[in-house]
Design a protein around this ligand. Structure first.
Ligand SMILES: [Fe+2]
Ligand SMILES: [Fe+2]
Length: 274
């Protein structure tokens, strides 16, 4: 199936995603910002450097990603995709802003640079849209076990609520990325897709090692092990792979459009009213 022939389907998907991110733009501010709890010295040691790094990573401007998204839109006729992508990037920046607000409340300064963040950005400079998304989605996959651990690494009710709130958004981000990857790899043979997902899995496992070295204090404070991090990341990755439709029979039966419309979990409006 040619890219042009799928452009209508692609437009429907991007429109649904734009609506999802728009609805989730200004979530009800239900986080306990007035929580007076101050981190103990040992809690602070466990999370400070780690939160600084994630706050930096979540705040990326995404200019290059957006330029690639615009090139994709021109090539496919899916003119709504850049708008959905812009809103997705803003949502990540909101996470960064919320982490920064928590840091300021705890007297933790922001940092302007970190080598892991620089390496990630450098790899993405070299990449095309798909590789850039794959690097990005690796960080999204690892964000799930990370925020689970961060929320339980201290006795701060605010940090727990904030981590849980980010986790809700990240679950949607994985669906969004799955829909994108699925569209980008639809023209490939099953064999080649399998090969690429396998290589991606190894990249994820390698990244888990780096994340463990850099953020071990958060995981151990939450009682999590490296084995647990790897298991959770691989499990999220398997979900992503399934959602991206590698196991194609179901994908062909149901069709991309229905599969990836963000209707399976609680919508932002419904969540806000709960
Ligand atoms: Fe995020
Ligand atoms: Fe994300």
């Amino acid at each position: 199936m040619s890219i042009k022939m799928r452009s209508n389907e692609s437009l429907v998907l991007s429109t649904a995603w734009r609506e999802h991110f728009e609805a989730n733009r200004n979530p009800t501010e239900d986080l306990p910002w007035d929580d007076p709890y101050r981190l103990t010295p040992s809690e602070r040691r466990a999370v400070e450097r780690s939160v600084q790094q994630f706050q930096l990573g979540e705040g990326a401007q995404g200019r290059r990603l957006l330029a690639r998204g615009q090139a994709y839109a021109r090539a496919t006729g899916d003119i709504v995709f850049p708008e959905a992508l812009t809103l997705f990037i803003r949502e990540e920046q909101r996470h960064s802003g919320q982490l920064l607000r928590f840091m300021l409340l705890q007297g933790i300064p922001a940092v302007g640079k970190h080598w892991v963040d620089s390496v990630f950005r450098w790899v993405r400079v070299l990449a095309g849209l798909e590789l850039e998304l794959r690097v990005l989605v690796t960080a999204e996959v690892i964000a799930v076990p990370y925020y689970r651990a961060l929320g339980r690494a201290t006795r701060s009710a605010l940090l727990r609520s904030l981590s849980d709130r980010i986790l809700e958004d990240e679950a949607w981000h994985l669906q969004f990325q799955a829909s994108m990857l699925s569209r980008l790899e639809a023209h490939r043979s099953r064999f080649l897709r399998r090969l690429i997902w396998q290589a991606h899995r190894w990249f994820l496992a390698g990244t888990c090692c780096v994340v463990w070295i850099e953020h071990r204090s958060v995981f151990t404070a939450a009682g999590r092990s490296f084995r647990g991090l790897l298991r959770d990341a691989l499990s999220e990755f398997a979900g992503l792979e399934r959602a991206a439709g590698l196991h194609g029979a179901e994908a062909r039966q149901i069709g991309l459009t229905k599969r990836f419309l963000p209707s399976g979990a609680a919508s932002p409006e419904r969540r806000a009213s709960q």
